[in-house]
Design a protein around this ligand. Structure first.
Ligand code: AMP
Length: 286
């Protein structure tokens, strides 16, 4: 480790760990993670990974212990007041929401109804800011875990907790009444520390995140159908068109949104395309 080594703080366990390691590997970083080791050297770059709890990452990046960090946007919002932190990139996984919920029997129907009630949460700063902004006076009960049992224990009337599918709330007899914050995994850095290396790393990760939502499409088209087909798959700039060995035919290559593939395939076929191939893309830099 030298002064130039970029240290990236990444979650050592929990929901964000596995997708974070996959993202770094998909970006081309070559490293091995051994059980219980606090750090890992990247073999093909001057980078060290520091494995710590997701909730400690904003502080470690804020203090300069790590140059970059990957954590939840909810944790950045909760902890960034103490540190001058900057969100460099949304990473497209770890999606969840910070939602308010009440027991099924409760008369509370909307967030405004929480006025004067006690709210248990692991994100007291975000929740305080949200309700203060709306002039709703709630009593906060800060808890570290098992927020959803607080109403049953009689310590709170409502909870504000992280939810992805909502099934944990249902299992605990809770009904969702509103969203406080949307979250996903993010790449963070200290404000103003957007140095060349940090920005380059963000670009490398962005190329992977962007590629996950795209597909490469190849097809053969009769020349007379090219206009219609090019309109359907315009690509990043314009589709690549190359002649086939057979007169009157061309091959068309383009990049499309993964979400649109199901709609495009029948449309391309109807337009006259043959031999349509759809391939994944590892990285894309527009
Ligand atoms: P963990 O380390 O598993 O406690 O998760 C830490 C982070 O994972 C949270 O701060 C969120 O950013 C993210 N996350 C994604 N989905 C969920 C979920 N359903 N419940 C809790 N955290 C989630």
């Amino acid at each position: 480790m030298t002064a130039d080594t970029i240290r990236i703080a990444v979650p050592n366990k929990g929901r964000l760990q596995e997708p974070t390691l996959r993202l770094l590997r998909d970006a081309g970083l070559n490293f091995e993670v051994t059980d219980r080791s606090l750090t890992a050297r990247v073999r093909n770059a001057d980078i060290e990974l520091l494995f710590v709890r997701a909730e400690d990452i904003p502080e470690l990046v804020g203090d300069g212990v790590a140059r970059l960090g990957i954590t939840g946007q909810d944790l950045l919002a909760e902890l960034s007041d103490d540190h001058e932190l900057e969100l460099l990139l949304d990473l497209g996984f770890g999606r969840c929401r910070l939602a308010a919920a009440v027991p099924h029997g409760s008369e509370v129907d909307k967030l405004e109804d929480l006025s004067g009630l006690r709210v248990a949460t692991s994100h007291p700063r975000v929740v305080r800011g949200f309700f203060d902004d709306r002039g709703i006076d709630v009593g906060l009960v800060p808890l570290r875990g098992s927020i959803e049992v607080a109403p049953r224990l009689g310590v709170a009337d409502a909870v504000v907790d992280l939810v992805s599918t909502g099934s944990t709330l249902i299992i605990n007899g809770l009904r969702e009444i509103g969203t406080i914050l949307q979250s996903e995994a993010v790449l963070i850095a200290r404000k103003g520390a957007g140095d060349g290396e940090g920005v380059r790393m963000a670009t490398a990760l962005q190329a992977v995140v962007a590629a996950r939502g795209k597909r490469y499409i190849l097809l053969n088209s009769p020349e007379h159908a090219l206009g219609r087909i090019a309109t359907l798959i315009p690509g990043l700039e314009a589709p690549t068109v190359v002649p086939l060995a057979e007169a009157g035919w061309v091959a068309v290559h383009s990049v499309v949104e993964a979400d649109d593939v199901w709609r495009l395939l029948p449309a391309l076929s109807e337009a006259g395309a043959k031999g349509i191939l759809v391939l994944p893309i590892d990285q894309v830099l527009a």
